[in-house]
Design a protein around this ligand. Structure first.
Ligand code: SAM
Length: 290
């Protein structure tokens, strides 16, 4: 097994040994910077009791570090060409299981039950950028027990996750993240820390998942639907967003009434509303639809 894959020459040696071809469609940009790797693993504060889910292990660079720190690790990789490589690079890591799957199709609740008796798990990933948001939404919207999520994402996405009402980056992702967790940008990461180099700058974000969300709502699923509907058509008013959402069977009059009941102006836009405002709106809509 090749150790210290984070050294570029070791990554290159493994890629050459297996004649590995990067697949753009899978967002493959492998990390080759030791300082950044340390920052990610430290930010997640992994201890010997922890179970870690790694999404997209690539050739196993971060997986080796996680294996050394955690009790056990499951690494879910979609690209079947990487499986023999991972079996080689992780051959000494007895606490690592490799699954060849699309993370979006994995039953995460069953996985957390199977590997960690349903206790809160830690998720780490240098995420494939083409499906960053669907993966984050799956993690945050599902009812799997989560302790934290520590991920490399495009810098712009990291900023969206942390942004507040009224800012240009504020949207459905900001609210979904901030309902579930406290986000913190750990470090920004330039393109030369990856092989091959991505076009955009990246950042590591740590999400410490709340035991109890900062707002209480009658139906969290409805809250997410309302948020999505409110930002689906960015330049439209909240009222239009709500009544045009396929997920929400609201008439124009009902949408108007819910907005008025919250004390918002009729032409209010979603990007000015806080999480607390959305919670209020979601509960008004809950009463109407029930
Ligand atoms: N963790 C490695 C590293 O840091 O060097 C690789 C990171 S690379 C940005 C993203 C990884 O996710 C690739 O290995 C890619 O094949 C994998 N991937 C892409 N889509 C995936 C999916 N839907 N499910 C699981 N893995 C996926």
């Amino acid at each position: 097994m090749t150790k210290d894959l984070i050294q570029p020459q070791n990554t290159i040696a493994v890629l050459q040994k297996y004649k590995f071809q990067f697949q753009k469609k899978y967002g493959q940009n492998f990390l080759i910077d030791p300082l950044v790797l340390d920052r990610i693993v430290q930010a997640a504060s992994i201890g010997p009791e922890d179970f870690v889910l790694e999404i997209g292990p690539g050739i196993g660079t971060m997986t080796q570090a996680l294996s050394a720190a955690a009790r056990s690790v499951v690494a879910v990789e979609i690209d079947r060409h990487l499986i023999p490589i991972l079996q080689d690079t992780l051959s000494d890591c007895e606490n690592v299981e490799i699954l060849q799957e699309d993370i979006l199709k994995v039953d995460l609740r069953a996985l957390s039950e199977q590997y960690h008796n349903g206790k809160p798990i830690k998720v780490l990933a240098n995420l494939p950028y083409y499906i960053t948001t669907p993966i984050l939404m799956k993690l945050l919207e599902s009812d799997i027990p989560l302790d934290s999520v520590t991920v490399m994402v495009q810098k712009e996405v990291a900023e969206r996750m942390c942004s507040k009402p009224g800012s240009k980056d504020y949207g459905a992702l900001s609210l979904a993240v901030q309902y579930a967790a406290k986000p913190n940008i750990v470090t920004s990461v330039p393109p030369n820390c990856f092989m091959p180099r991505p076009n955009a700058h990246s950042a590591v974000v740590h999400l410490k998942v709340y035991d109890t969300p900062p707002v209480t709502v009658c139906d969290p699923k409805l809250l997410f639907q309302v948020i999505r509907a409110s930002f689906a058509q960015r330049r439209k008013t909240l009222q239009n967003g709500l009544r045009n959402a396929p997920e929400l069977p609201l008439s124009k009059e009902q949408a108007e009434a819910c907005i008025a009941a919250c004390g918002f102006p009729p032409a209010v836009r979603g990007e000015t509303l806080s999480l607390e405002d959305f919670a209020k709106l979601s509960d008004e809509i809950y009463e109407v639809l029930r």
